[in-house]
Design a protein around this ligand. Structure first.
Ligand code: GDP
Ligand code: IMO
Ligand code: MG
Length: 427
């Protein structure tokens, strides 16, 4: 099993950071291929809690080589801030490199993110305001600047100034706002350009050569399948492909390099930001899950919307990612419920729906059909083997497996590395 993709199966925040950190100890290389500082991956290591955004969650393993691939929206300000915070915390750190082909997030992308959201009024997406959408807009429009552009300082300065002029025209004429300070932004970013040089590589070559040498590569997903720009609940999605297909494009290698796909799946469902959510619990049960699971965003601090496990989402996600195994996380959070529901299917206008629908109107009208299971009413956070789990917990896991159509290979019963039960080795 030389390579493994770790994908979020729901709307993000499934506990990918924890699972990646756990598996990174066995990996030679950890690669991010999409998203950017919008991600918030929490890793608890050596009793300390780290929130990683742009930097891969494998970084806390000293021997790891971490790659920020060409598909990532690279924010130099966030990059250096994160590195400095890790160094300040005395965190053990592996090596880190950034692709020369990654697109750069500039301050004007963040400004535009906020302005576009404001313009959407009540129909805003609830973005993280990290400039992700506007950065990818420039990339697709073919006007973006890439990390390789930072390597020639004079050329970079000229290109950046032209971009700022262009964005200021949009800011002033479209939004009627004050223009951004061209000099200030240029000088700050030129300084980043000077500092970035030692980290820049043709990372696709590094990934390819590592694979050819039989090294173990872990492709780290950010966000989740239902936030995919093509496959998610559009337009309430992010602007990248947080699905296994997106990871290899974003790493600059072919899809054949991914042999296993681990779908990190929460034992219930959460979503932060707006958009449809069929199993949402806007009641005291949802509030209870939020409080026990501490469901508040790692990037924005926003309370996460909570609901029961959705088997339709899990099946959909398994299909579009070719998921070969599930890591079921936050199972300990469900330890004080008499009964627990699992959504097996949706009904739309009294009819059973075969597949996850594209239309938001259909999703809003879908009724979840639940199976009720007995809760286990126990603290399972100290359990370390499958055999020691309560029978009701095992039944719940098997019901999840059945609903998703994929075996549960890892069970997580707490945020710590050691709070992990491996049913089947994945890596
Ligand atoms: P990510 O974005 O997928 O990496 O997930 P986040 O880090 O945003 O959110 C997951 C939260 O759950 C973090 O606070 C983790 O420390 C925590 N966590 C991860 N796995 C478990 C688990 O099995 N049980 C509990 N109680 N917390 C967990
Ligand atoms: P991790 O990697 C959960 C959501 C935002 C918003 C939408 C678009 O921690 O799982 P964006 O800033 O990307 O343009 O926002 O996507 N979103 C996430 N939700 N976890 C994430 O990352 C997310 N990254 C973006 O809340 O609804
Ligand atoms: Mg997160």
């Amino acid at each position: 099993m030389p390579s493994l993709a770790i994908v979020g199966s729901q709307w993000g925040d499934e506990g990918k950071g924890k699972i990646i950190d756990y598996l990174a100890g066995k990996a030679d290389m950890i690669v991010r291929g999409q998203g950017g500082s919008n991600a918030g991956h929490t890793v608890v290591s050596g009793g300390k809690k780290y929130a990683l955004h742009l930097i891969p969650s494998g970084i806390l393993n000293r021997d790891s080589v971490n790659i920020i691939g060409n598909g990532v929206a690279f924010d130099p300000q966030g990059f250096f801030a994160e590195l400095e915070a890790l160094a300040r915390d005395g965190a053990p750190m592996g090596a880190i490199f950034v692709s020369d082909r990654a697109h750069i997030v500039f301050p004007y992308h963040k400004t535009l993110d906020a302005l576009y959201e404001k313009e959407r009024g009540g129909e805003d997406i609830g973005t993280t305001l990290k400039g992700i959408g506007p950065c990818y807009m420039d990339k697709i429009e073919r006007s973006g600047l890439r990390v390789c552009d930072m390597l020639d300082i004079d050329d970079f300065r000229g290109k950046l100034e032209a971009q700022i002029d262009r964005k200021n025209r949009v800011i002033e004429r479209l939004f009627g706002e004050e223009p951004l300070d061209k000099r200030d932004i240029t000088e700050t970013c030129v300084e980043y350009a000077r500092r970035i040089r030692p980290y820049v590589r043709d990372t696709a070559v590094m990934v390819y050569e590592a694979a050819k040498a039989g090294k173990k590569i872990l492709f780290e997903g950010a966000q989740g399948a239902l936030l995919d720009i093509d496959l998610g609940t559009y337009p309430y999605v992010t602007s990248s492909h947080p699905t296994s297909g997106g990871f290899t494009t974003g790493a600059g290698v072919g899809p054949g390099l991914v042999s296993e796909v681990l779908g990190v799946t929460k034992a219930y469902t959460t979503r932060v930001g707006k958009g449809p959510f069929v199993t949402e619990l806007e009641n005291e049960i949802g509030d209870k899950i939020r409080e026990i699971g501490q469901e508040y965003g790692a990037t924005t601090g926003r309370p996460r919307r909570c609901g029961w496990f959705d088997g339709v989402v899990a099946r959909y996600s398994a299909r579009v990612n070719n998921v070969t195994g599930i890591a079921l996380t936050l199972l300990d959070v469900l330890g004080s419920f008499d009964t627990i529901e699992i959504c097996l299917r949706y009904e739309l206008n009294g009819e059973k729906l075969e597949h996850f629908p594209a239309r938001l109107g259909d999703l809003a009208a879908c009724r979840p059909v639940y199976k009720t299971l007995k809760g286990w009413n126990a603290d399972i956070s100290r359990v370390r083997t499958w055999e020691d789990l309560p029978e009701e917990t095992k039944e719940y896991i098997l019901a999840v497996e059945d609903a998703a159509g994929v075996p549960v290979k890892i069970v997580s019963v707490g945020p710590g590395r050691e709070q992990t039960i491996v049913r089947e080795e994945v890596f």
